[in-house]
Design a binder for this molecule. Structure first.
Ligand code: PA5
Length: 424
């Protein structure tokens, strides 16, 4: 499904020499004996997901589709990025859905909030608030304001069917509030952390409301589970990728740039940055995850990659079959001298740009390139890709002796902010 190619990466160590270490990490993951082992619910989730809740997601999504011109998804970090990444990857940037999705509760920007408030004023709205802890300030602030706006517009009774909470199954502020108000609730499992939660109700409910085939997403995760269940570095592409990241960091490459050639994949890159950045960046270790969309960013970051300090390697996340394509037209006057491209497919041009850039960065620029190729940008592939990166991320962190499932560093800004905001 995902093809991995490390032949453009100038690796100075043999991937297979990591087999013993990878076996140990794999064993720690599968037997739940490694660091952060209380957050390994995602490992078996492709098969062990809650089937009853899944059916309820489909049912609620059908009801919401009829009600909502706008779906507000209120959440941040792992409670936001996955759904947005999936919707953009699968439906593109300008989908023709009856329901439009707007993400909120992921910033303190007053302008952003007020603009959304103004935009939804005369529209029919459904709100899905997503927070595992229920106390995340960005989300809690936005939710209180939206709740009041919606209660004023629809009344408390109607809000019972227009506000849906995705949160902890039993505890927390949001759970208590949802129970008191009589909202429909969905569960973020205890043993699945935010950045691994897109394949739970966190991602699946907004996706189903947007008309995305969530069955196919789960089938994609199952296929990835099967393909990646053996730890052999001759066959397991996720583990090969995990090892290559370690080898390249040993060669002094402390930054990884995830490169896509599809604008609708740029939120996938944001999701990937959270997954790897929050999982690996601790104890003074880790590869800095950054991203670029080419060829757009070849006209900005391209210069640095080509000739700047040699701190990074690129991971190309390519798509074999574009969702849409067309032919470049002939022009009788040819004033723009573009007829040399007539009748060429638009995707062929994109692929040639990719080929030329790879050659420039690798051969002239001496920048190592890893290549991951997805067959398409459909649901099944999205599910597969998520699980692929989950596995790769866990193993690459275990290879560094890092707990991939906590994020202690995130608390520091919060403490300072709470002091400044006057919170007890
Ligand atoms: O990966 C994580 O755990 C975090 O990014 C959280 O998802 C994020 O901080 C939001 O937390 P919560 O869902 O508790 O509001």
């Amino acid at each position: 499904m995902i093809q991995f190619d490390s032949t453009h990466a100038f690796l100075k160590e043999d991937i297979l020499s990591y087999q013993d270490k990878v076996n140990q990490c794999h064993e720690a993951l599968m037997s739940k004996t490694g660091a952060g082992n209380d957050y390994l619910g995602w490992v078996e989730w492709p098969y062990q997901y809650d089937k009853e809740e899944f059916e309820r997601i489909l049912k609620v999504a059908e009801n919401v589709k009829d009600k909502a011109e706008v779906l507000l998804v209120c959440g941040i970090g792992g409670s936001y990025l996955g759904a947005r990444a999936a919707i953009e990857m699968i439906q593109g940037l300008y989908p023709k859905n009856k329901t439009e999705v707007i993400f909120i509760g992921n910033t303190f920007s007053s302008t952003y909030f007020k603009q959304v408030e103004d935009y939804i004023k005369d529209k029919s709205v459904v709100l899905n608030v997503i927070s595992k802890s229920g106390t995340t300030t960005e989300t809690a602030m936005a939710f209180r304001m939206l709740k009041q706006i919606m209660e004023k517009k629809y009344g408390k009774e109607e809000c019972k069917v227009r506000i849906i909470a995705t949160t902890d199954k039993a505890r927390g502020t949001l759970k208590d509030l949802a129970t008191k108000e009589g909202y429909e609730t969905f569960v973020i499992p205890d043993d699945i952390g935010g950045r691994y939660s897109v394949i739970t109700a966190v991602g699946l409910l907004p996706l189903a409301i947007m008309g995305i085939d969530i069955n196919s997403i789960m089938q994609g995760t199952q296929k990835a589970y099967e393909d990646l269940k053996d730890s052999s570095l001759t066959t397991n592409a996720a583990y090969q990728y995990a090892v290559c990241r370690r080898i390249l960091q040993n060669q002094g490459k402390d930054a990884e740039m995830l490169v896509t050639y599809e604008p609708q994949m740029s939120m996938v890159a944001e999701w990937w940055k959270q997954l790897f950045g929050e999982s690996e960046g601790k104890d003074g270790l880790g590869v800095l995850p950054c991203s670029a969309t080419f060829s757009t960013d070849l006209h900005s970051l391209g210069q640095f990659i080509q000739e700047g300090k040699k701190v990074l390697f690129e991971t190309l996340l390519l798509v074999e079959h574009p969702t849409m394509d067309g032919l470049f037209p002939h022009d009788d006057d040819n004033m723009d001298n573009m007829n040399y491209l007539e009748n060429k497919s638009l995707d062929w041009v994109n692929k040639m740009a990719c080929k030329g850039t790879l050659e420039a960065h690798e051969i002239t620029g001496n920048v190592p390139n890893l290549i991951l190729t997805l067959p398409d940008m459909k649901e099944f592939t999205f599910g597969y890709m998520c699980y692929f990166f989950f596995r790769a991320c866990a193993i690459t962190c275990y290879l560094l002796d890092i707990n991939p499932f906590n994020q202690p560093g995130v608390e520091v800004y919060k403490k300072n902010m709470f002091r400044l905001l006057g919170k007890d």
